[in-house]
Design a protein around this ligand. Sequence first.
Ligand SMILES: Cc1ncc(COP(=O)(O)O)c(C=O)c1O
Length: 361
Amino acid sequence: MKRVYNFSAGPSMLPEPVLRRAAEEMLDYQGSGQSVMEMSHRSKIYEGIIQSAECLLREVMNIPENYKVLFLQGGASSQFAMVPLNLMNKSKKADFVLTGQWATKAYKEAARYGEANVVASSKDKTFSYIPKLDPASFTKDADYFHICMNNTIYGTLFHELPKTGSVPLVADISSCVLSQPIDVSKFGLLFAGAQKNMGPAGLTVVIIREDLIGHAMDITPTMFNYQTHADSDSMFNTPPCYAIYVCGLVLDWLKNTVGGLDEMEKINRKKAGMLYDFLDNSKLFHGTVVKEDRSLMNIPFVTGDEAMDKKFVAAATEHDFVNLKGHRSVGGMRASIYNAMPVEGVEKLVDFMRKFEKENA
Ligand SMILES: Cc1ncc(COP(=O)(O)O)c(C=O)c1O
């Protein structure tokens, strides 16, 4: 059997013990004689699976009781519409920090439903930093304030949250969810596509403060109303059953094998630190993001020479370090090192880069 080191931005690596357990349980889930893919979502046995996934998520992320957890479909991209449809209900205004493509997409979608304001942007330098924010420039009566916490394409992370006072902070945490502890109580709403740190594609997790539910615009489609899903415990229609099951396995691994988010953060800091240290001292490669805003999950880097970048990606692929090609808007390379990437994978990548540098500098 062959397993490569997969540096994909998503869908991405899953922890090997999770894949093994899913394989073991594939044909006969705990003596039921069925695969989780085959069972009714209304069955007692599936009820246990979805409830256990929610309990584990609440425990691992320390989610306060006055927040609902929703297991939805439609990807993080659907949330770009769902958030304004449900939250733009008083002043019909919302603030946005444009830190990349995903934040910009959220902003453009919200602008279809109300007044979307850009309070800051880092577009001037290809989104290579998180803009400094001045709370005096925030819209006082905004219905919410949107950030993309970790910018998957550009490799930046909000290490400090904007101080929005009573305006609910909404964050797209698709590419940093479960990578380190976060204080959920500081947010009105969090959302994430599962396909990076939570499980397979097809599941979108929303964590929403209860008082923000139940005020959707009249035009909101039933399936886009948070109330619909909150009232039926994510069972209004058929949920993404198998993806929720795998997400539960990932959370079990995080809790019982890794030891929780504090431990996960230590491992993630170690992995990112190794790669950043190498980049900071390399004569061939360099990172593209300002030091203080660097992501722990997505690390873009370049040589400054397109032909050399291409040569590196090809050589790396040949050595089973796959999906290192950078996003077309940044160029070069990007190593996405989510929770499931073992320390050894980053060590080996750095060794390979060192060797490549010696041969090509
Ligand atoms: C931060 C962020 N937000 C949103 C998305 C879009 O997610 P989806 O494909 O689940 O709609 C992505 C996808 O990579 C992402 O990285």
